[in-house]
Design a protein around this ligand. Structure first.
Ligand SMILES: [Zn+2]
Length: 86
């Protein structure tokens, strides 16, 4: 994952909150492990939707969650920066 996307995910995570983005989610210690978990999930016939790995802003690990389009991440990060908490 490139640096900018990585930072956007961290900002979006801070905005969304620990409960939603970290909480009880399975934590992976590396991007590679999270990618492996997401890939396995996305091959599962009974999944409701595809997932992607993302870096966690709270526990410094990686989690797997709903796919966040880049435009949405950018919008969240922009709102975050406007609050002056960046
Ligand atoms: Zn976490």
């Amino acid at each position: 994952m490139d640096q900018r996307l990585h930072e956007l995910h961290l900002h979006a995570g801070l905005v969304s909150g620990r409960e939603k983005t970290c909480g009880k989610k399975m934590a992976y210690q590396s991007e590679e492990l999270a990618v492996r978990a997401a890939t396995a999930h996305n091959r599962w016939d009974k999944r409701r939707h595809d997932v992607e790995p993302y870096p966690c802003a709270f526990c410094q690990n990686w989690h797997v969650g709903n796919i966040m389009p880049l435009a949405l991440l950018e919008a969240i990060a922009a709102a975050y920066e406007q609050t002056g908490n960046a």
